[in-house]
Ligand binder design. Structure first.
Ligand code: GRF
Length: 188
């Protein structure tokens, strides 16, 4: 049965697009009911329009509290009967209201081998430390910063001093790993 999902993104949305393309190719039995962005005007909005997917552009500062913001988001998700929340470059911690509404049904992708290098600029952090191998992690989301239970990981070799090539390898791996992992999660 087709799984109804929402993808949350704050920026470019290349992971959103990889998931949408996998669905179009028939590789993932899911439907993106809604894209949610906390950054109105982010490039993910343009990408979503290309696929005719509705977008909720909702800035937290439009609300008095984070709970109010998340309640409005949850209402929009319920209206569309969304079953899973897929974070893809959503640069915000998730808190109680959303976590309670989608218990164990929120996943995230992070560009490092967690628990190493959580938080911002994980690729930069890894290169700064001189790691020789880094990678990508898909994990369940809890209230912490990239702390939820790990579901899947993939690794790449770092080309020392070459951030561009490392980033490119990371993103290519993300686009494959996220789709494969979602497929496994939704088949259960
Ligand atoms: C990805 O590297 C993802 O792992 C991280 O944010 C980035 C989002 O990229 N959480 P994009 O917006 O999907 O292109």
């Amino acid at each position: 049965m087709v799984t109804k999902i929402a993808v949350f993104a704050s920026g470019s949305g290349s992971n959103f697009e990889a998931i949408a393309e996998a669905i179009t190719r028939g590789e993932l039995d899911a439907q993106i009911e809604l894209v949610v962005t906390d950054k109105p005007g982010a490039f993910v909005v343009t990408r979503a329009q290309k696929f005719n997917i509705p977008v909720l552009e909702i800035a937290p500062k439009m609300f008095a509290t984070k709970a109010d913001y998340e309640a409005a988001v949850v209402e929009a998700l319920r209206e569309k009967d969304v079953k899973w929340v897929v974070l893809a470059g959503y640069m915000r911690l998730v808190s109680d209201t959303l976590l309670a509404a989608y218990h164990n049904r929120i996943v995230n992708i992070h560009p490092s081998l967690l628990p190493s290098f959580p938080g911002k600029d994980a690729i930069g952090q890894a290169m700064e430390h001189g790691v020789k191998v880094t990678g990508v992690t898909v994990h369940y989301v809890d209230a912490g910063m990239d702390t939820g239970k790990i579901i899947a990981q993939g690794a790449i070799g770092v080309v020392e001093g070459d951030r561009e090539s490392t980033e490119q390898q990371i993103h290519e791996l993300e686009h494959k790993l996220y789709t494969q992992t979602l497929k496994q999660l939704f088949e259960v």
